[in-house]
Design a protein around this ligand. Structure first.
Ligand code: AHM
Ligand code: MG
Length: 334
């Protein structure tokens, strides 16, 4: 047996393969593919300040936002790695208009997993040296194996997720993921290029003292959200809370999971469904949050119960320590 603190990510994946209900080694290969792509992207993100690689690529993505060069690169690296290793039958990316079908005309192609990915989230932070992240989400396809994937395979509710996780390119690079058996975090030793289990069985504190929201949008928020923000700022009991907002979902989520807190991206009078994407951002984070004892909601119902209707759909998002999410729901539903 390995000492827990000395386990590498590769060893951990193998060690846990058998505890996975549908174990066939396929998911392990897929997670190993993500591990490899994460290392490549980490290398690129880290040298961003050194070479002339930052700046916009001059293209707009499907969301109408300026794409940074590193987004494009991260997108390519993840897609390439997953394609080359022939471990998935389909990929959808926040940076691509449509999903990608892999080996769609090969009847012998037995792969049953699809991946949804936000290759580099929080990309407005890249050129100011602030942490960004990759978010991924894995499902089993619902259409028959050996046929081309269809939109139906991608439009599954979050509760169908098999695995989800993120990579945070921060002061250290970490990979945090769940396969439905709790959440484990691995830190990259850059000298060796190896991820080590550093945060076993991560748990959200039941409640916390941090709220994370873009308060610049306050005036546009629904009344319930405004009232909750005022509640956070009120001097009573353990309040006022601390406001912390990086503007990089992975980083804000990671801090709140460790310290206790809530992340909010509400709908507003200028953005009917908020900003975050259900499939690429909210569902994977919701799966991680619930596996860590936290909660994720659109203000009315659990994120993972929402039936998606389109690939790039957006939803209001409230995620964090259980008691805090329940409190904001109370305000929203009042
Ligand atoms: P992106 O996918 O274009 O990077 O946008 C997602 C990011 C999140 O990481 C972050 O929490 C949010 O957008 C910040 O948005 P805002 O600047 O509106 O507060
Ligand atoms: Mg994003």
């Amino acid at each position: 047996m390995f000492e827990k603190q000395h386990l590498t990510l590769g060893e951990f994946i193998i060690a846990n393969q058998d505890s996975f209900q549908y174990s066939s080694g396929e998911l392990s290969r897929l997670l190993n593919g993500i591990r490899l792509a994460a290392k490549v992207v980490n290398h690129e993100v880290n040298k961003a300040g050194l070479v002339d690689i930052i700046g916009t690529a001059g293209e707009m993505n499907i969301q109408g936002e300026n794409q940074q060069k590193l987004d494009v690169l991260a997108n390519e690296k993840f897609i390439q790695t997953l394609k080359n290793r022939e471990i998935v039958c389909g990929i959808a990316s926040e940076e691509e208009d449509d999903f990608i079908s892999i080996n769609s005309f090969d009847e012998n192609h037995q792969n049953k997993y699809i991946v949804l990915i936000d290759p580099l989230d929080g990309s407005s932070n890249i050129d100011v040296n602030v942490s960004v992240g990759t978010i991924f989400s894995i499902y089993r396809r619902v259409t028959p194996v050996g046929t081309p994937v269809t939109l139906k395979d991608f439009l599954q509710p979050g509760k169908n997720q098999i695995a989800a996780g993120y990579i945070i390119y921060g002061t250290s690079t970490m990979l945090v993921y769940t396969t439905g058996n709790g959440v484990n975090g691995f830190t990259l030793n850059p000298a060796l290029g190896t991820f080590y289990l550093s945060h076993p069985d991560m748990k959200y504190p039941e409640t916390g003292k941090i709220y994370s929201v873009n308060e610049g949008n306050y005036i546009h928020f629904p009344q319930g959200v405004k009232d909750y923000i005022k509640y956070c700022q009120m001097e009573e009991g353990d309040r006022p809370y601390t406001s912390r907002y990086i503007g990089s979902l992975v980083s804000d989520f990671h801090r709140n999971m460790i310290k206790g807190g809530i992340y909010m991206y509400p709908k507003s009078s200028v953005a009917q469904n908020g900003k975050l994407r259900l499939l690429y951002e909210c569902n994977p984070m919701a799966f991680l949050a619930e596996q860590a004892g936290g909660k994720a909601s659109n203000g009315f119902r659990p994120i993972m119960e929402i039936e998606p209707t389109e690939l790039h759909e957006r939803v209001p998002f409230f995620c964090g320590s259980k008691k805090m999410v329940e409190k904001v729901e109370e305000f929203i539903q009042a």
